[in-house]
Design a protein around this ligand. Structure first.
Ligand code: MN
Length: 330
């Protein structure tokens, strides 16, 4: 972290980003640094791969973010590129390839474990797998840079932490998320507005879609494993964006008997986004890696291609092997 702080201080023009199909954590962290570095009189730009899901519009992203899919200009005189909430450059393509030839210093700021077979990460990177969110790390950066907190920085960090801990449920056995949140709340932010933006504000369409999706769960392993497929046509029919499928797997995990869940979101013919979740008895990161993806130990995913039944059988077989090794709670 020290080297990174020095590099930030020495840089004049800094570009910030996060993984494609951004979530509240990456978005909040990059915007927090955007506001903070502006206060240090740096030239700062946020360039994301693709557009921000609607539910984050309370942070006014279109005002501050350039979207590479709409505008391919990369500044030629930037000296530092900071990427939040992933350490896998493939999740920023095609933006990453365009940037790496133009910006000399790159650092990932992230709390995901570095993949065993993934791309190598630049030495300037700061990875802390004990952090419950990247927002927590963004907060520590702002403090280390001695930038005074203000309302905008605090709203962004609060969004990150609240999103990634799912309203302070997943705090990694640490008081840090709550301690930081308590300090953020002293800067005149409206936490309820943020909670509503992240977890409320569901449309009638979305609720109808959720009802349909939840009605189609397949159970395996004596009810400890749920498997779900979200069809492309349903996403279209209910007028949803890819981000809307995220809530489905989190809702499914509230089923008492479940130990794990696998969700396949059909993105096009024979192409799926696989999401894996576990309550903690088994790890799912290695299965995600086996399928060509990554993530956290208990929450991971991959973009997969192939016949749905084949893919599902493979994932169910891997999960079953693990679930059968311990006592069943069913
Ligand atoms: Mn995160």
């Amino acid at each position: 972290m020290k080297k990174l702080i020095e590099k930030i201080k020495d840089s004049h023009h800094i570009v910030l980003s996060t993984h494609r199909q951004c979530d509240g954590d990456g978005l909040g962290a990059e915007l927090a640094l955007y506001f903070a570095l502006n206060k240090m009189n740096k030239k700062v730009q946020v360039i994301n791969v693709d557009e921000t899901p609607k539910k984050y519009h309370f942070l006014n992203p279109s005002k501050h973010i350039q979207y590479f899919e709409n505008n391919k200009t990369i500044p030629s005189n930037a000296d530092l590129f900071l990427v939040f909430d992933t350490n896998d450059e493939r999740l920023l393509e095609p933006l990453y390839s365009a940037i790496k030839t133009k910006i000399p210093n790159i650092a990932f700021i992230d709390h995901h474990p570095v993949l065993k077979k993934g791309p190598t990460i630049p030495p300037l990177s700061w990875i802390d797998t004990l952090a419950a969110s990247t927002g927590e790390m963004a907060f520590r950066l702002v403090k280390a840079l001695e930038i005074p907190l203000d309302r905008e920085i605090c709203r962004c960090v609060y969004t990150s932490i609240t999103f990634d801990t799912q309203l302070y449920r997943f705090i990694r056995n640490s008081p840090n998320s709550h301690l930081i949140a308590a300090e953020l709340l002293t800067h005149n932010i409206d936490p309820e507005e943020i909670h509503r933006g992240l977890f409320g504000n569901q449309t009638v369409h979305k609720m109808a879609f959720l009802a349909r999706a939840l009605g189609q769960i397949e159970y395996h392993c004596e009810g400890t494993l749920a498997v779900l497929k979200i069809k492309d046509v349903d996403m279209f029919h209910y007028n949803l964006e890819p981000d809307d499928s995220r809530d489905v797997v989190d809702m499914v995990m509230n089923i008492e008997t479940l130990e794990a869940a696998a969700l396949f979101r059909e993105d096009s013919v024979n192409e799926f986004k696989l999401s894996l979740r576990s309550k903690g008895r088994i790890e799912v990161l290695d299965i995600a890696e086996l399928m060509g993806g990554g993530g956290h130990l208990f929450s991971a995913g991959a973009f997969v291609k192939g016949d749905y039944e084949d893919l599902k059988n493979k994932v169910v077989a891997e999960l079953s092997k693990k679930l059968k090794t311990g006592p069943l709670s069913w």
